[in-house]
Write a protein that binds this ligand. Sequence first.
Ligand code: NAD
Length: 148
Amino acid sequence: MVKRLEGKVALVTGCGSSGPGWGNGKAMAVLFAREGAKVYGCDIHLDAARETESIVREEGGAMSVAQCDVTDPGAVEALVQDCVTTYGDIDILVNNVGTARLGGVVEQSLEDWRLVFDINLTSMFLTCKHAIPSMLRKGRGASSTSAR
Ligand SMILES: NC(=O)c1ccc[n+]([C@@H]2O[C@H](COP(=O)([O-])OP(=O)(O)OC[C@H]3O[C@@H](n4cnc5c(N)ncnc54)[C@H](O)[C@@H]3O)[C@@H](O)[C@H]2O)c1
């Protein structure tokens, strides 16, 4: 079987699952590895990321994980550096981490508004800021998001 991501390096944020079973990030990490990618995953909860890593490794795939809060600028910079050191320059960036606060502007608190922007948007600014130079070195790359 041809593996569509053979030789590719994928960085997946939120690669764990917040509940039992499968979340988007966990499923993408496992499927990318099945397609031959080397997957570097992060999660704010390391144990959740480790569970995904175990699934990939038990299937014979390549995956490493790190604890990282994707709203933390220094942590994201270190994350991307470690991904590149571990597997080489990045082909695929999945900005999977996301959140939602329901309700209209009247009910919403400013604190929640800022939290959603930090988690959904600033996190992508940070990962792209550090991953795009890696993609430029390769001359190609792709980035996507689950959260918006
Ligand atoms: N566009 C759509 O149709 C659609 C559908 C489903 C989910 N979503 C969005 O995609 C997001 C991810 O989906 P999922 O199924 O993987 O969710 P999930 O909650 O199962 O997994 C997300 C993971 O992200 C981690 N995480 C949370 N905050 C983090 C942070 N600041 N830094 C690093 N990791 C963090 C959690 O610990 C969790 O393991 C959801 O939050 C939702 O906003 C979008």
